[in-house]
Design a protein around this ligand. Sequence first.
Ligand code: HEC
Length: 96
Amino acid sequence: MRLGLVLFLPALLIFEFAIAGISSSPQYAGRSVCAECHAQQDAQWSGSHHDLAMQPVTAKTVLGDKDNKFMVRTEGPDGKLQDYEIRYAFGVDPLQ
Ligand code: HEC
């Protein structure tokens, strides 16, 4: 009986580590998961400056002059000027 326990516990540990290894790739949970238990915090945060600090670029999220192209011309890795599409708008009132 005791020998069975001595063999069973290490086997259980190995099994646990094996399972953890399979499913251990970290992934972004997303805020909706947190809101299930933290509804008040989610409500306070929604629409706050921290919430709006990084948003996909759209005519609504870009506060400056906009022509709906959202491009920037700057040096590329080769040192030559290139056009890049802007994907995110950082900051909101009073900064952007
Ligand atoms: C299943 C319910 C549940 C989920 C889902 C959950 N939490 Fe929590 N969280 C709690 C509980 C319960 C506490 C402890 C609250 C206390 O001690 O007053 C807590 C505490 C915290 C605290 C510490 C708060 C403090 O004042 O010290 C933080 C930060 C936190 N959670 C962030 C998150 C984040 C980020 C997520 C999503 C990735 C998340 N929680 C998802 C239940 C949950």
